[in-house]
Structure formats: C-alpha cells, structure tokens
Design a protein around this ligand. Structure first.
Ligand SMILES: [Zn+2]
Length: 229
C-alpha cells in the first residue's frame, strides 16, 4: 500500500513536470536549443498569421536577409491563407501550432490528434508546405502529444528563451529582454499573433524585430532555421 502510494506520487510528479516544463524530456525530448551552434540563434514566432503584425515582421526580416521559423495556428491560417503562403514563399520555415490553441496537457489522444490534423491541413491548404515541426500551445504536453506529432511527421520543438512579449511590455523591453537573454544556440520565442484573438495586437513584437535582429547581428550572431532532426 505504501509502495503503491509512493509510486503514484512519483508518476504524478513526473507527469506534472512533463506537462508544465516545455523542454522536459519525460514525454519525449523536444528540440530546445540549436545543436552544435556557436554564434547562432533561431528566431521563432507563434500564433500567427496576424493581419497587422505578420507583414511587418516579414518586411523586417526580408530587409535584413534573415530567416525565421513560424509556428502557424490553423485557425488563423484559415483567416489569412495568403500570409501563410507569403511566409513560405519568402523562405521561412513553417511549423504546426495546432488549430484551436487549447492547452493540450489534459486533452485526450483523439482531441490532440484532431487538433494537429486540422492545423496541418490548414497550413497545407494555404501554402502547400507539409510542416515537419510542431510546437504545443504554451509548450504543454502529455504522454501522447509528442508521439502524435511524430505520427504526423512533426518533431516537437520547445524554446530556450521567452520574453513575455504577449503581455505587451513595450517595444524596447521586448528587444532588450531578447537580446540580453540570447546565448549561442538559443531558440528565441516571440509572437506575431495572438492565440486567442485572430486580430489581436502584436505590433510591439513586430516593431521590436528590427532592434533584435540588428543588435544580435552587431554581436556577431547569425540566424538559423529550425530543421527537423
Ligand atoms: Zn501559442
């Protein structure tokens, strides 16, 4: 009886760790930093496309010849398929962020499978790109999320540094937190969309991108795309 309780507590503790820590290896190890990267970082954007912020982000990246990885939300891709196509056409990588943006850690396997399938289909319809990466909303996973993503041919990605740009702390704060927190190999998480509002305001993030890119370039960084291993 005591042993049973103990084992249960360990399992529960393990499950909580895997669900709430985006880079936890317990539910399958996600990519959380660039492998073997010296002075490289990866810029990643979640929750787009967004009709206002995404074009500004794309313009800033194009002007500097920098590529990023966009984790597209299927629901938003259906609103603005042309923006998804533009992301792909301009040479950026596209990952799946699911469709509904519900936290997945307590959802059933069939719910997770449907969410990932709808997200994948919306991306493919808009851009003809078959995504090979997946990032869970808020990074929350369960024992089956990573495996289901793999069954779609999508490797699960975490991140090294988030700067709470969704809270809109100001353009300079977003830029400073990102630049000061970046290290060789960092996967930087930013948001060109609002996961809960298709036209939510992400202009602070959009306007921070030129500052972030220029300052990191000045420090000798390059920007790598995420590639599925
Ligand atoms: Zn998200």
């Amino acid at each position: 009886m005591m042993l049973g309780l103990g084992v249960g507590a360990v399992l529960l503790g393990g499950a909580a760790h895997g669900a709430f820590y985006r880079n936890s290896p317990i539910f399958g190890r996600p990519i959380s930093r660039l492998a073997g990267a010296d002075r490289a970082v990866a810029l990643t954007f979640d929750d787009g496309p967004n009709p206002d912020a995404t074009p500004v982000v794309l313009d800033a990246l194009a002007a500097r010849g920098v590529k990023a990885t966009f984790f597209i939300l299927g629901r938003h891709a259906e609103h603005w398929p042309d923006l998804v196509k533009r992301v792909a056409d301009e040479g950026h990588a596209i990952g799946n962020h699911g469709y509904f943006h519900r936290k997945l850690q307590f959802k059933s396997p069939s719910y997770v499978r449907q969410d990932l399938a709808l997200g994948t289909a919306a991306i493919e319809r808009a851009s003809h790109v078959k995504p090979s990466l997946f990032r869970a909303p808020h990074g929350f996973r369960s024992p089956w999320v990573t495996a289901i993503a793999r069954s779609f041919g999508q490797q699960t990605v975490g991140w090294s540094l988030g700067v709470w740009d969704s809270d809109r702390p100001g353009v300079e704060s977003i830029a400073r937190r990102t630049v000061e927190g970046a290290k060789p190999g960092s996967i930087l998480l930013l948001h060109d969309g609002d996961g809960y509002d298709p036209s939510g305001d992400r202009m602070q993030t959009a306007h921070a991108i030129p500052l972030i890119v220029d300052r990191l370039l000045a420090q000798g960084y390059r920007f790598d795309l995420l590639d599925a291993a």
